[in-house]
Ligand binder design. Structure first.
Ligand code: ZN
Length: 212
């Protein structure tokens, strides 16, 4: 049984997820903590619950999802994994931060790359990976089939979808990703996006105005 804890961090109000099970091993997905207060919130939760971080995962490498990578890697000395196609996106984050005057400590490179064929394991838990490009070219999402949830990044939001006007964005690819990778899941799958509240497949099939 996986517990899901999330924090909303940084100026982009990005959701950072912490998944853990009864073994107390945890994975940190899209660490967006970007100041000492946010870093302390994350570390305090980990310490208060006696958790052992095992892996950092990025759904994609837009700046708001990777702002905390460096801090978490340094603090816990654990591997950082994301899709190889996101490398140029990560490399562009420094220039974006400079142009927008955003405080950003550059993320380390990936320890290893992951894609749809891979499985993430921690404690007694498993997550599968789906490749869902469109918002970003190498975007992946993490699926828990047993508990029917998806940590979905910036693909599908409650009543909305990820923007496709950033470099590498592609609306047709995003719509195809949602239709073939998310809407083929059963209606009761819960979606935990990178911004805003959680939603589920049934609600988005019925109500999402971008996917008619
Ligand atoms: Zn994004």
């Amino acid at each position: 049984m996986i517990d899901i804890k999330y924090f909303t961090f940084n100026g982009f109000r990005e959701n950072t997820f912490l998944l853990f099970d009864k073994t107390k091993e945890c994975v940190i997905i899209d660490p967006g903590c970007n100041d000492p207060y946010e870093e302390k919130q994350l570390v305090d939760f980990i310490e208060d619950h006696d958790l052992t971080p095992k892996i950092i995962l990025n759904t994609h490498c837009h700046i708001d999802h990777v702002m905390g990578n460096k801090f978490i890697v340094d603090r816990f000395n654990i591997p950082l994994l994301f899709n190889k196609i996101e490398c140029p996106v990560l490399n562009a984050a420094v220039g974006y931060a400079d142009a927008c005057n955003i405080q950003y400590t550059p993320s380390p490179a990936a320890t290893d790359y992951i894609s749809e064929a891979d499985t993430i394991e921690f404690g007694k838990s498993k997550l599968s990976i789906v490749f869902v490009p469109g918002h970003s070219p190498g975007h992946i999402a993490f699926v828990c089939d047993d508990q029917k949830f998806v940590i979905s990044g910036d693909v599908l939001f409650q009543g909305s979808i990820g923007r496709t006007d950033l470099p590498g964005g592609d609306f047709a690819a995003l719509a195809e990703s949602i239709k073939t990778k998310f809407f083929t899941l059963s209606d009761d799958f819960q979606i935990y996006p990178g911004h805003g509240p959680s939603t589920n497949i049934a609600f988005e099939k019925a109500n999402n105005p971008f996917l008619s």
